[in-house]
Design a protein around this ligand. Structure first.
Ligand code: ADP
Ligand code: MG
Length: 326
């Protein structure tokens, strides 16, 4: 069977079906990070992400410091999505002969700056040669108490659908880079995303979200993962999707329907989470004290499926939903 027919998630499902449950594994394949019991009511959170030259980055438009930082940030974001605290980092590199040692040192410098900021430490990895492309694979180990970890599976009908920050700038930044622009706020968001570590952990420790994921594949695709794991549906209001002033001003130049770019673009690394209606007042108090805005964009429904409507209730049709690897 061709991977193009199966798709990334079809393939991951096939892998998951070959794995039997094991004692100690509280959350296995299918969430932002695995959660494994370590004793004392605590768990380790395990996540791994690979960045491949020509697929995830282009060495002509980024630099080693930002590449190192982004490679770690996208992993940290998965720990944030579980409500965890990052601790240990493993870095594996496949390096083509064209890359000098200084490049690798700068890359590790960028990564270490990011690790320090969020309290994590590089403890190991692996290094080998690559014939052509640079490949980075990072694994992060985080921790949390088992009762505080937030999975993708807890959304219930009536829950509010919330998102941090704003969406679409990273996808806009990528379009700008492809069009030859080299400096813009959106390009910064694309090349140097900031994971919502504090927000994710504080939300989880306050017990507010019923489910959470980080937006790496695009709002609609990632909400789709929550809906699938939770066995529910959702209604979103398109006018509520948070967009930055720069995105509102600029996105129309690069995409016929800016909203579509914002909800399918991906690599936002914002947190998307659901909140039971009984916790709404607490969420509002919490959001007022946070470093980033939190916007309610819709509700979870018992009826499956994801609908996007404008404020008058007219359905908004969006082509495509999220990045396809195969
Ligand atoms: P994220 O976007 O949050 O990084 P992914 O979409 O990459 O998550 O992965 C979805 C789930 O599938 C995760 O739980 C991940 O650990 C798991 N997964 C992905 N690839 C593999 C693989 N090759 N083997 C086992 N599990 C995998
Ligand atoms: Mg994720």
């Amino acid at each position: 069977m061709k991977l193009a027919d199966l798709g990334e998630f079809g393939l991951i499902d096939r892998i998951a079906r070959r794995v039997s449950p094991a004692p100690g594994v509280l959350i296995g394949i299918g969430d932002d990070a695995a959660s494994v019991r370590t004793g004392d009511g605590r768990v380790s959170l395990l996540t791994s992400d690979m960045l491949v030259e020509g697929v995830h980055f282009d060495l002509t438009t980024t630099d080693p410091v930002r590449l190192g930082r982004k490679s770690l940030s996208v992993n940290l974001s998965d720990i944030a999505a579980m409500g965890g605290i990052p601790r240990y980092v493993l870095l594996s590199l496949a390096i083509p002969p064209t890359i000098p040692a200084e490049f690798v040192e700068e890359l590790v410098g960028g990564m270490n700056g990011c690790a320090d900021r969020f309290g994590a430490t590089l403890v190991g990895g692996d290094t080998c040669a690559s014939r052509r492309d640079l490949v980075l694979s990072i694994t992060v180990v985080g921790e949390q108490t088992s009762d505080r970890v937030v999975s993708r599976a807890g959304a219930r009908p009536g829950d509010l659908v919330c998102v941090t920050g704003d969406l679409g700038e990273s996808a806009l930044g990528l379009r700008e880079l492809q069009a030859g622009v080299r400096v813009s706020p959106a390009i910064d968001r694309h090349l140097d995303p900031l994971p919502r570590m504090e927000t994710g952990r504080l939300l989880a420790e306050a017990g507010i979200p019923s489910a959470m994921i980080d937006v790496s594949d695009g709002l609609l695709a990632d909400l789709g993962h929550i809906l699938e794991r939770s066995g529910v549906g959702a209604e979103l209001e398109s006018d509520l999707v948070p967009l930055s002033p720069y995105f509102r001003e600029t996105a129309g130049r690069y995409h016929a329907t800016p909203l579509e770019l914002a909800v399918t673009g991906g690599e936002d690394y914002e947190l998307l989470f659901t909140v039971p209606p009984a916790r709404e007042a607490e969420l509002r108090r919490f959001a007022a004290g946070m470093s980033c805005p939190v916007t309610v964009i819709g509700r979870i429904t018992a009826e499956k499926g994801l609908s996007l409507r404008d404020r008058c209730g007219t359905p908004v049709v969006v082509a495509g939903s999220g990045y396809r690897h195969f």
